[in-house]
Design a protein around this ligand. Structure first.
Ligand code: SF4
Length: 709
């Protein structure tokens, strides 16, 4: 090839390839090289092939749906449909158009929304694990067809109740599935009703206290769980409505009237999972303080305490990332250096379960250095309230002022807005402060806060110990809560706190200083007792630095968890709205509201069910009753929470086996005694593998009716 230039080479290649193509019978033009003497861009090139790629994105129609798994973010998603199949999912970019009933609109900053789980959801929908029709375990079906005979040890083995998971599932029609489930419910309720039913349960080895708790109603052995029901109040919590209607069955089996009817046991969701913040009600009476995540963008100091806003808040993490762009400070308190720590200005490493000590140490430093807002503390916290040092109870106004009459107004915020009843007020009483102007005690009501306090001329002393003459003529020593806290905090000097928490002293000090200097400050703590050994103390202590600095009740401030439980409050009843969602889950089955135009207020609610923690099922289907060597048989569960034997379990939208601790024990020791397990879900789960029947449910994408979340 020596002496051949590039052009000659290309010409030679073209001829050679053309000859080879002719010999192979291929069309020459495919392999003929471009003429190097011509401009290859001069002519037009066929680009039809691009259509294939463009057509991938063609769609016939779109619709919007709300993604509603248990992360509770409820993103709106747009589905693109082609030939009746959802081919892709995307953002709606229209959050700014959403309005509440008052016309308040969201901002465009909510766009875009979704995470990778949301925009690939159609793969779950059409995936191989999708449940498409009802299925039944072969052994269970044989038992049903045999007329639900008593499950002796032999029959348990014959019908594989002791080997669920190894049995085979077969397809069953909806009609047959529903008929068999209904028949089984009747059979089980009947078998365990009355004295005979109790005898059967005792013979099977259930604790007598649990058997007694059935009250002789076999329906009480039926457990239902509307899994994570606040993700779909109508559909998921509808499970409890069904359970409540078992009261009708009980009246037929035991021949009792509605007054004595007993329905099934409702299994809990959020309390079993333990994802509440138990310290929050201690501080402010609310079940849990949660903020909408757009509130993060107002914060100047964001403290993640055992919280992972990066990985766990998915679509909402951008709010705090925007804060970084706006110059806010991010602090992470966690034992491990994880994804949130990579975004932090500083990470405070901490020994697990010592967060309460850290917050008490921070509080002490702030008080010692006067890094607090005295005006806020006096006007909005209970630090100035007087406490008797002899009883350590708050001093009540009627203890000090003879013939005391409260001035709490019936149309004030406590009564009118918060719904405090006169009976509750009578139990609480009014409190007392030491008034600096008059140098004497002065009563105040729970309405006397903030501006109202100032208007009435209160001048509360923050610190001090005083002698007070009580109405019974005795003298008592009282101190402000502020002063008592100084005593409590004596144990939490910097050296001790560093020793307890293993956190570096300079970082504890830095945190105290930052909370004292910056505003607004928000502390985000990771959920509840499912994460913490000392959740109550940890929640309560974290509020103290915020109370000192007025970082409560303002945009970008506060102490929050974010388990989504706050949603429950939205569905609660009130005298002016009616029974709330109880009207749905516990509408009286003996008096259903049949008028489609009736107001929700007129719905008659009556719960014939009784709540139960699945934790007992998860613990060998046993209550905590111990035969002690010294004190005999001791019932630690108590009567109010006493479970009943679990003979039928129906649940929706929840993977019980996945939730259960020591699932092996449940599968091997507990469930063989359960006569029917029905799981309702969108796809196969471990729980379905160990169930008797599974019913396929609509996914969030497929809802056709209205749902509430
Ligand atoms: S964050 Fe993801 S999974 Fe959660 S609701 Fe939004 S899209 Fe769905």
């Amino acid at each position: 090839m020596t002496g051949m230039d590039r052009r000659d080479f290309l010409r030679w290649m073209g001829v050679g390839a053309g000859v080879a193509a002719t010999e192979l019978g291929l069309p020459l033009r495919l392999l003929a090289a471009a003429d190097p003497d011509q401009n290859p861009l001069a002519g037009s090139v066929a680009r039809d092939w691009e259509k294939i790629y463009r057509d991938q994105y063609k769609y016939d129609s779109t619709f919007d749906w709300v993604c509603s798994p248990n992360d509770t973010h409820a993103c709106r998603v747009r589905a693109y449909v082609r030939n009746g199949i959802v081919t892709r999912l995307g953002n709606t970019y229209d959050y700014q158009t959403y309005a509440d009933i008052y016309g308040n609109k969201a901002t465009a900053n909510w766009n875009p929304r979704q995470c990778a789980k949301g925009y690939t959801f159609h793969r779950v929908l059409y995936g191989p694990y999708r449940l498409k029709h009802p299925i039944v375990r072969k052994g269970w079906k044989a038992w049903a067809d045999a007329g639900f005979p008593d499950l002796t040890p032999e029959l348990k083995s014959k019908y594989l109740f002791d080997r669920r998971g190894e049995d085979e599932f077969i397809q069953i029609s909806w009609e047959d599935a529903l008929r068999d489930i209904a028949k089984a419910l009747v059979s089980i309720a009947d078998r365990y009703s009355g004295e005979k039913g109790k005898e059967r349960l005792l013979a099977q080895g259930y604790q007598p206290e649990m058997v007694e708790a059935t009250g002789g109603a076999g329906t009480r052995c039926i457990k239902m769980r509307g899994g994570m029901g606040l993700l779909g109040v109508i559909g998921k919590y509808g499970m409890y409505r069904l359970n409540n209607s078992l009261a009708i069955l009980d009246t037929i089996i035991r021949r009792v009237g509605p007054k004595d009817a007993k329905a099934g046991r409702n299994w809990s969701n959020y309390t079993w999972h333990g994802d509440q913040a138990p310290g929050h009600p201690w501080v402010h009476g609310l079940q849990a303080s949660d903020c909408d995540f757009n509130d993060l963008r107002f914060s100047k100091l964001i403290i993640m305490d055992g919280k992972n806003l990066v990985e766990n808040k998915l679509t909402d993490s951008h709010w705090f990332i925007e804060c970084m762009e706006r110059g806010a400070k991010i602090v992470v308190i966690a034992p491990e250096y994880g994804p949130p720590s990579t975004k932090a200005d500083y990470w405070i490493p901490i020994r697990p379960q010592t967060d309460a000590a850290l917050w008490l140490g921070v509080t002490r430093l702030m008080i010692e250095n006067r890094w607090y807002d005295e005006a806020f503390i006096k006007a909005f916290t209970d630090f100035p309230l007087l406490v008797r040092t002899d009883t350590l109870q708050r001093l009540r106004a009627h203890e000090v002022f003879s013939g005391y009459r409260s001035s709490l107004a019936p149309d004030g915020p406590s009564m009118k807005v918060q719904g405090l009843t006169p009976e509750q007020h009578a139990r609480l009483g009014d409190y007392v402060i030491w008034d600096e102007k008059t140098n004497a005690p002065r009563a105040l009501t729970r309405d006397d806060v903030g501006e109202r306090m100032a208007k009435k001329g209160f001048a509360p002393a923050l610190a001090g110990t005083f002698k007070i003459k009580l109405v019974d003529g005795k003298e008592a020593e009282v101190a402000t809560l502020w002063t008592l806290y100084q005593v409590h905090l004596r144990d939490y000097d910097l050296d001790t706190v560093a020793e307890i928490t293993h956190a570096p002293k300079e970082m504890i000090r830095q945190l105290a200083q930052d909370i004292g200097a910056m505003k607004p400050v928000a502390i985000h703590q990771g959920e509840g007792i499912n994460h913490w050994f000392h959740a109550t103390e940890m929640n309560r202590a974290a509020y103290l630095p915020l109370m000192l600095t007025g970082n409560i009740g303002k945009p970008g401030a506060g102490c929050h968890t974010w388990a989504g439980n706050y949603k429950a409050a939205l569905f609660q009843g009130s005298p002016w709205t009616g029974p709330g969602f109880k009207g749905w889950v516990a509408e009286d089955p003996f008096h259903p509201t049949l008028d489609p135009n009736a107001s929700g207020k007129d719905v008659e609610a009556h719960a014939y069910t009784k709540d139960e923690e699945p934790a007992y099922w998860n613990h060998g289907d046993l209550a905590l009753i111990v035969n002690t060597p010294k004190f005999g048989r001791r019932n630690f569960t108590g009567e109010s929470h006493m479970p009943t034997p679990s003979k039928a379990i129906i649940f929706s939208n929840v993977n019980l086996i996945n939730n259960a601790k020591w699932a092996y024990g449940v599968i091997k020791n507990v469930n063989p005694n359960v006569e029917m397990i029905v799981a309702i879900d969108i796809q196969m789960t471990a729980s379905i593998e160990y169930a008797d029947l599974a019913l396929p449910a609509n996914s969030w994408l497929e809802f056709e009716g209205l749902e509430i979340t």
